[in-house]
Each structure stands twice: as C-alpha cells, then as structure tokens.
Design a protein around this ligand. Structure first.
Ligand SMILES: Nc1ncnc2c1ncn2[C@@H]1O[C@H](COP(=O)(O)OP(=O)(O)O)[C@@H](O)[C@H]1O
Ligand SMILES: [Mg+2]
Length: 314
C-alpha cells in the first residue's frame, strides 16, 4: 500500500503484512512527521487520501504530563513548565484533559469550549476552542463538565485513542510545544494524550509509593508503544522535593538510580508559593519570580528544550 506523509509529501510503499488494522500511525523518516494513515480497502477509499494543503512550516513538541497517582504535581507542572517555556519566547498550547478542570481553574478560566465541544460539533481542529491566557504566548484548550460524556460515549470505541492527535494535526504548526495535563486514571483522556505525545513527563513526589507509581506508568507506556505510539519517550520529574528531609533525599536517589537516563537533572522543590500562585490564578514565576519553585521551573524549561528539541523547520 502507498502511504503519503502529510508534511513533506514523501510517498512510501508499505508492505501490507507490516500493518495491523485499518488505521495506524506512521512516522516519516525524511521529515520526522507523525501522522495517521489508513489502509485503503478499495480504489474509492484511496481517493479520500487527499493531503494537499496540509503542509506545515514547523511542528510542535507534544508532551503529555502523566502519572496515575493523584496529587504529584501533574497540573502544576503543566502550567508552570508551559509558562516557563513561553517565557523563553516559544509559543505554547496547554490542553486541559482532566474532567476536574484544575488546569483551567489555575489560569482563572471557569468556563469555555473544551475538547468535548470540538468532538460534539464535529470540528476537524481545536482552533476555534483554543483561547489566549493572560500569559503572553501561552494558549489554553480548557476542560469543562461535558468531558465526562466523552469518556462514557467513546471509551473503547474503535480507534478512540486517535481522537486528539487527529484534531491536533492542523494546529501543530502554530506552536512550539503542546503540553497535555492528564487525569490520575487510565481513561480515554490519558490514552489519547499518550498516543499523541512524543514525550511524557512523569511527575513523581518523593514518598514511599512513588517508585510504584512510576513503574505503573512506564508499564502503560510500554503498552502504548506496542499499540498506538511506538515513538513515545518517558522522563521522570521529581516534584515537591524537600532538601531537608532524609526520606525525600533517599527516594530521590533511588529514583535516579532506577532510571538514570530517564530522570530530569532539575528537581522541583516543595514551595508554598506554588499553592499561593494557584489561588491567584497565575504561574508561580509570575506570582513570585524569586520563588524556589519558579526558578526550578524556569531551569526545567531549559532542560526540556535541550532534551526534547524542536523538530527541524522545513
Ligand atoms: N512544588 C510544590 N510545592 C508545594 N506544593 C505543590 C507543589 N506542586 C504542587 N503543589 C500542590 O500540590 C497539590 C497537588 O498538585 P497538582 O498539580 O494538582 O497535582 P496533580 O495534578 O498530580 O493531582 C496542589 O495543591 C498544588 O498546589
Ligand atoms: Mg491534576
């Protein structure tokens, strides 16, 4: 079968037996673009493979922030890393993929069109639902109550894991980074985020059960690699680190020992300024630029830029 990259229009001949199912993800070895491809069943269906006009000047780094454990700073990391990347001059989109809408609330957004509305109104792109925030270069796709219906209606429907990446395709040229906040569960939202992402950041608090949580999500990522996203890379981020606590130091060392190349060098310290900033609806480095957590997220943005470089502009 012939598969055409939507980005650089390179054509590939793919052996039929290499592809399971009628729909699959493909990566262009020429330009690195990841795209949904379809097995044409008849000549008529080949005609629907019309990628003209889909050329993009650049593509965003898509990063999921995920851990099945709650309260480990997934939402705080999505918000503050996003703001820190925006401060470096990059354009960033935050996707609130948690029905609790904590990310939207942390940015002072109480209502807005969510991914639910995009799907419900059969919009091919997220564009109309994305809104600017008070932070320059930082945009948000909010969450709302309707999101719960998506999980009920589509979880386990055929190809439900591709719902997000399909709708991101047309806007990836508008951003440098797309950060997706996920819920503490393996549901439609987590599986869509992990299918769309090139990287996953796993925030990990230094408590007794944290290594178990990391192990759990790494097992899920392994499953995702075999099923919908062979290219996803994982990186552990130690959060709420307390330098003065022996337990915090012991667990941090243990995590670094277990995942030496997969742990960020930068750690996010425990800092009440994160909570205060959240109450004020601001990223922590805007609330208090001198705060320990604000500075740590600013440094993390540099590490992310180094470890997860932007795709080459063509
Ligand atoms: N570095 C930090 N220092 C202190 N408190 C933090 C820090 N990061 C997050 N928190 C607080 O911990 C709680 C859980 O964080 P949150 O980001 O909502 O976690 P999750 O999204 O994983 O459930 C929130 O009240 C948040 O304000
Ligand atoms: Mg959260």
């Amino acid at each position: 079968m012939i598969v055409v990259c939507q980005h650089c229009e390179t054509r590939y001949s793919v052996a039929d037996e290499k592809v399971k199912g009628n729909r699959f993800l493909a990566r262009c070895t020429r330009c690195g673009n990841i795209f949904s491809a379809y097995r044409p069943v008849s000549v008529q269906q080949i005609e629907f493979l019309d990628f003209a006009g889909a050329k993009a000047a650049k593509r965003a780094n898509i990063i999921a922030v995920s851990n099945q454990k709650g309260g480990v700073a997934k939402t705080s990391t999505t918000l503050n890393l996003g703001a820190a990347l925006a401060a470096t001059g990059h354009k960033v989109l935050l996707v609130d993929f948690d029905i609790q809408a904590n990310l939207s609330l942390s940015l002072g957004v109480r209502e807005g069109r969510s991914f639910y509305d995009v799907v419900q109104d059969r919009e091919p792109s997220l564009d109309a639902s994305v809104r600017p925030t008070r932070v320059p270069r930082l945009a948000l796709l909010p969450s709302n109550k309707g999101m719960i219906l998506l999980n009920k209606k589509y979880f386990h429907a055929e190809n439900f894991e591709y719902m997000l990446i399909d709708r991101l395709q047309s806007i990836t040229d508008q951003y440098d980074h797309i950060l997706i906040d996920t819920p503490p569960s393996v549901d439609l939202f987590t599986l869509n985020a992990l299918t769309a992402a090139g990287h996953v950041i796993i925030p990990c608090q230094c408590d007794f059960l944290s290594t178990h949580g990391v192990d759990q999500i790494l097992r899920l990522i392994k499953m995702i690699r075999g099923k919908t996203n062979p290219w996803i890379q994982a990186q552990v981020l130690i959060t709420m680190f307390d330098d003065a606590s022996d337990a915090s130091n012991m667990i941090s060392q243990k995590i670094q020992g277990m995942y030496p190349t997969q742990t960020f060098v930068g750690r996010i310290p425990y800092d009440n300024k994160v909570k205060e900033a959240q109450i004020m609806g601001k990223p922590v480095m805007h609330y208090d630029p001198d705060s320990k957590a604000g500075q740590a997220y600013t440094q993390l943005a540099q590490e992310v830029r180094k470890r997860m470089p932007l795709a080459a502009v063509i």
